[in-house]
Write a protein that binds this ligand. Sequence first.
Ligand SMILES: C[S@@+](CC[C@H](N)C(=O)[O-])C[C@H]1O[C@@H](n2cnc3c(N)ncnc32)[C@H](O)[C@@H]1O
Ligand SMILES: *[C@@H]1O[C@H](CO)[C@@H](O)[C@H](O)[C@H]1NC(C)=O
Ligand SMILES: *[C@@H]1O[C@H](CO)[C@@H](O)[C@H](O)[C@H]1NC(C)=O
Ligand SMILES: *[C@@H]1O[C@H](CO)[C@@H](O)[C@H](O)[C@H]1NC(C)=O
Length: 424
Amino acid sequence: MTHNPNLLKPPEHVSGLTTLNKSLFEKTVTLPCLVIKDVKISSVLPHVKKFLLKLDNFKPVRNISENEAHIYLNPDLVTRWSDLSADTPLLTESNLQMQTCTLTYDNFSLESVFRAVLPPQIEGTSSFTKVGHIVHVNLREHLLPYKDLIGQVLYEKVPNCRTVVNKVAIIDNTYRNFNMEVLQGDNDMLTSVKENKCVFEFDFSKVYWNSRLCTEHERIVTMVASGDVVFDVFAGVGPFAVPLAKKKCRVFANDLNPESFKWLNHNLKKNKVASGCCDSYNKDGKDFIMNEVRNLLPGFLNTKKVYILMNLPALAVDFLGCFVGLFDDSELVQEFDAPVVVVYCFAKGENCEQIAKDLLFEKVGWDISDKIIDLFRVRTVSSLKEMMRIRFKLDREILVKSGNQKRKQAPESGDLTAKKCCVF
Ligand SMILES: C[S@@+](CC[C@H](N)C(=O)[O-])C[C@H]1O[C@@H](n2cnc3c(N)ncnc32)[C@H](O)[C@@H]1O
Ligand SMILES: *[C@@H]1O[C@H](CO)[C@@H](O)[C@H](O)[C@H]1NC(C)=O
Ligand SMILES: *[C@@H]1O[C@H](CO)[C@@H](O)[C@H](O)[C@H]1NC(C)=O
Ligand SMILES: *[C@@H]1O[C@H](CO)[C@@H](O)[C@H](O)[C@H]1NC(C)=O
C-alpha cells in the first residue's frame, strides 16, 4: 500500500458546496487493520495505541466475535508492517490486513469538512468561539455564500451547540456587544458559561463576553489577594468582579451598559457572593473614577492594597487622564503604598510594547516609565494587533495636582488636567 494523503479527507467533489448534501461525503476506503484471533485486545493495544485511527464516531477497536477483533490503524502513520513498533508481541506481519470501510459525513471532523468545502486561500475558515450553547463566527465577505452550510456543520458537530450566530458588520459600539444573525438553531441568546469556578449568565446579544479572555481573567483573579480592594471600571457581567468578590476582596464594579449591570448583579447573586463584598454601579467610567474612586480611595490607602482594573482596550487609556491631579495635596497622606492600575490597550504595529508605552505616556501626559510594573501581551487579535496589559503605580506624583512639574512637558497634548480629561 502506498501512502495517499487524501485518503481520510472528504471526497474532492464537495469542494465549493454551498448547501450541505451529506450523501456527497460518502467515501469507501481501504484501511490498515490488525486482525487478531485468540489474542487478548488488552495485550496488543498498549503497543499500537499511538497508531490508532481517530475519526468522528468511529471505533478503531472492534470486537468482531468471541475470539476475533479488528484494530484500525491510521493510514497516514502505517502503510506496512515495519511502520509499527519493532516489538509488537504476539503478532506477525500476517495480522496486518487491509479492510474496506465506508466513511460518511458523520465520520469527518468539522475542520476536515470545512477544509474540503471552503475556499483554501484565506485564514480563519473554521475559527469560531463557543459561549455557552452559542457558537459564533465572524464570516468574512468571501465566506458569506457558505454561511448556511457553515451554520449547519457547526450546529451538528460542535458538542452542546444549540445556536450558531454570525457577527454582522464590525460595529465598535459603546457596549462592545455584537450585531448578530442567527445562522442555525434557536434564536436564544440567553446563555450560561463557567469560568474561574463561577457561573455567568447573560444575554449574549446585549452584553460583552469573550471566552478567549478566560486565562487573562484567571491571571488577574490569582494576582489579587483576599482582602485587597478592587475598582473594576469596565466590569461587564463580572468575570473579574464576581470571582474576586467571591474570594473576599472588596470590590467596586462598574459598567455603563444597563444590561451588563443587570447581569453583573444577577451573577453576584447567582454565585452567592456575600453582601458587602461587591458594590455595583451603572455609570460612565469617568463618573465612576471622579466620584467612587475619588471618595473611597483615601480611606484604603495604607491599609489595603488597591487595584484599579480597566479592561476596555479600545478606550481605557483615554480615561487615565482622570487620575491626574484627582486630589489636592492635603487630601492624601504623604506616604502610601501606590494603587496599581491594570489597564488594557490595543497596540497596532510591530513593536507592541513600545507602542503601548507611548500610548500610556501620551494619555497620562508625561513619561511614567518609573511607575510601570510590567507590560504583558494578552492575546493577538489579528495580524499586527495585540491586546496589551500594562500595570503601573498610581503614585502621589500622578494623583496630586500641584505635585508634579513634569505634566507641563506633555507631548503636544498640553495640560491634561482632571477637567479636560476623558474627552472623546
Ligand atoms: C471589553 S468589555 C470588558 C468587560 C469585562 N471586564 C470582561 O473582561 O469581560 C468593556 C466593558 O466596558 C463597558 N463600557 C464601555 N464604555 C464604557 C464607559 N464609558 N464607562 C463604563 N463602562 C463602559 C462596556 O459596556 C463593556 O461591558
Ligand atoms: C445529494 O447528492 C446526491 C448524489 O450523491 C443526489 O442524488 C441527491 O439528489 C442530492 N440531494 C439533494 C437534496 O440535492
Ligand atoms: C461513521 O459514523 C456513523 C455515524 O455515527 C457510524 O454509524 C459509522 O459506523 C461510522 N463509520 C465507520 C466506518 O465507522
Ligand atoms: C468480545 O465479544 C465476546 C462476545 O461476542 C466476548 O466474549 C468477549 O469478552 C469480548 N471481548 C472484549 C475484549 O470485549
